[in-house]
Design a binder for this molecule. Structure first.
Ligand code: GLU
Length: 600
């Protein structure tokens, strides 16, 4: 809302064109969790970002253009979850070739990072997680910008500059602070306050921005413009690279800062050699559908895929609600055991992707599910060795603590030609490393804490120089008869996998509509003694599932961001060419789904 107003400035009357910044005046865009229409669609957690993507589609851009423009806008409005300081995974269905392609834009460990980087030499054990997160040592080489560049060059029609322009304008204009943004800022206030550029940007006047005020980020706008003019090399090779390496080693700290800020290993040479990798997707067949996901370095595709293979012989559709939920929880625990034992960066670890996703292995694991009793957790990993029998052999597996964050963001986009993008991007924890690049308007990730903290050569996810930490991000596209049927994904650390799996089974087996499948309360069994669940799930199903032996732990304190599991954004391609775009009705304050030409 532009207004021409008279204001008194330093005793002089000046006329200023300005955008309203007060609670009363700033007008938040409306959010809509579902939309049905034609001409393409976008769904994300944020209305400004979704609108930017839809605008690109209406102007003739394709799904990849829209996805990059939306993701860049999420870097503005969701700066604690996404942005050019982080990484992610891009899954793309090409309508012409009818094939699915992926880009692995995961952050990598710097070339000089030792395997014991997280270990306190005085004790021989890892430093506390809370100290590692907010420090340079957790910062991996960012992959997001290389992902956008790669995707646009292969499949887009816009230049990087054109795709970033609407987001740069949004950063200049500002967005209306909502309760989620304020809550996320407050939850990070203590650590943000310890880093000068972060406090300056996100704690103006020492407090989180008020709900209803406008949050502007002209420094990020300038960074996007610079990259738009000079290309991604401005980031990976230019002045910015030197600044990122410097701040990772020694962030400007506020007086009285108490965190140790372990120095990072990031060098300009790490940035110069970064590559977003083209990679074959994972694929499993479930109920006549082809389910495509992200191959390692993410564990998303193999774990969702294996769990579906475990579920297939169980015929969830014929089970009661309680029985189906029991089966889902057990299948998830088994798949997580194999994830922990076998999945890491394939450049460093021989991951048995083909066997993990084989029907034989899935059936062997499936028959371990007792229909009456929950297995004692952690369950051991299986042996994906190509030699399968009914209820085959298991290997002992260590219970490794899971420290993945609950941040991240997922978006989906489709165009009128039938191309589809399912894209999850992150800076790891909400607020990443808490370290903002001075004068550049974006936070750096703490993705390297996704590695197991203690060195252990038997662990596929131990820290190694140049390696990508194992992710759980699970951008997924489901294809039926060669044509897209569903596209979905979620944030939530390792709960991403269970959220995608649960949403898929809700839709495909439990016959919910897509909006119902998203809204349904969530539970996440990641091979732990107790199931992490939303309170609504415990209230609704806890009593019926307890006799099986399941116990439940609420995901987080009521009212905290952690009390919710995931934030799905999804599309369903309806018969006749219409698209149903769906987002969360209430988690994270509700998402924003839109179609280019909505049906009234
Ligand atoms: N770092 C996590 C991963 O790569 C995602 C973090 C999150 O979703 O909050 O799987």
């Amino acid at each position: 809302m532009k207004k021409l107003v008279a204001s008194l400035s330093a005793g002089t009357l000046v006329l200023t064109a300005f955008t309203a910044t007060t609670t009363a005046e700033a007008q938040a865009p409306t959010r809509q969790p579902t939309s049905i229409g034609y001409g393409g669609a976008v769904s994300s957690v944020d209305p400004d970002a979704t609108n930017i993507g839809l605008d690109v589609l209406r102007r003739g851009g394709n799904a990849v253009d829209a996805a990059v423009a939306t993701a860049a806008a999420l870097g503005v409005t969701e700066p604690y979850s996404a942005g050019i300081g982080g990484g992610g995974y891009f899954v793309y269905y090409n309508a012409r070739s009818r094939k699915v392609y992926t880009i692995d834009g995961r952050e990598t460990a710097p070339a000089t990072m030792p395997s014991n980087a997280f270990v306190n030499p005085a004790t021989g054990t890892p430093y506390p997680f809370a100290q590692l997160v907010t420090s340079g040592v957790s910062i991996g080489v960012p992959g997001t910008l290389a992902t956008w560049d790669n995707a646009l060059k292969q499949w887009g029609s816009l230049s990087l500059g054109k795709a970033l322009k609407p987001a740069a304008e949004l950063a200049d204009r500002g967005f209306v602070v909502d309760p989620t943004f304020r809550l996320q800022t407050l939850e990070n206030k203590d650590r943000f306050a310890q880093v000068v550029p972060t406090a300056k940007l996100f704690l103006p006047n020492g407090d989180a921005p008020q709900v209803g005020s406008l949050f502007k980020n002209p420094e990020l706008a300038a960074t996007y413009k610079l990259i738009g003019q000079q290309g991604s090399s401005a980031f990976y090779r230019g002045a910015l690279a030197g600044e990122m390496a410097a701040v990772a080693k020694n962030p400007p700290k506020t007086p009285g800062a108490t965190l140790p800020f372990f120095p990072g290993y990031l060098e300009t040479s790490d940035l110069a050699s970064y590559k977003a990798l083209n990679q074959a997707p994972t694929k499993v067949r479930y109920d006549g559908l082809d389910v495509y996901g992200m191959a390692p370095s993410s564990s998303g595709g193999t774990t969702v895929g294996e769990a579906l293979n475990i579920l297939q012989p169980q015929h969830l559709r014929q089970q009661s609600t309680t029985q189906a939920l029991h089966t889902y929880l057990e299948a998830s625990a088994l798949a997580f055991a194999d994830r922990g034992a076998y999945v890491g960066d394939p450049a460093y670890v021989d991951v048995p992707v083909k066997e993990l996703l084989s029907k034989g292995f899935g059936a062997e694991r499936s028959c371990l599910i007792d229909p009456q009793h929950a297995a004692t957790k952690p369950v051991p990993a299986g042996a994906p060795d190509g030699d399968y029998s009914r209820c085959g052999k298991s290997t002992a597996v260590e219970d490794r603590p899971d420290t993945e964050g609950r941040s991240t963001t997922h978006m989906v986009a489709a165009d009128k030609w039938g191309n589809v993008v399912s894209y999850t991007l992150t800076i790891e924890q909400t607020g990443g490393s808490g370290i903002t690049v001075p004068g550049r308007g974006f936070l750096l990730n703490n993705e390297l804490t996704d590695f197991s903290a203690a060195p252990n050569p038997a662990d596929p996810n131990q820290v190694e120089a140049g390696k990508r930490p194992r992710s759980s991000m699970s951008p997924t596209i489901v294809v039926r008869g060669g044509k897209p049927y569903l596209a979905l994904g979620s944030p939530g650390g390792s709960t991403i996998i269970t959220t995608v799996l649960q949403t898929l089974t809700n839709r495909l087996d439990r016959r919910m509509t897509l909006p119902e499948a998203i809204a349904a309360p969530r539970a996440s069994q990641r091979n732990t003694a107790s199931v992490t669940a939303e309170q609504a799930f415990i209230d609704r199903y806890g009593a019926a599932l307890t006799p099986y032996g399941h116990t439940f732990t609420p995901a987080g304190a009521p009212g905290s961001s952690a009390s919710e599991i995931g934030a799905v954004a999804a599309l369903e391609f309806l018969p006749g060419g219409a698209i149903l775009a769906a987002a969360e009705p209430s988690r994270r304050g509700g998402g924003a789904a839109g179609t280019a030409w909505p049906l009234k």
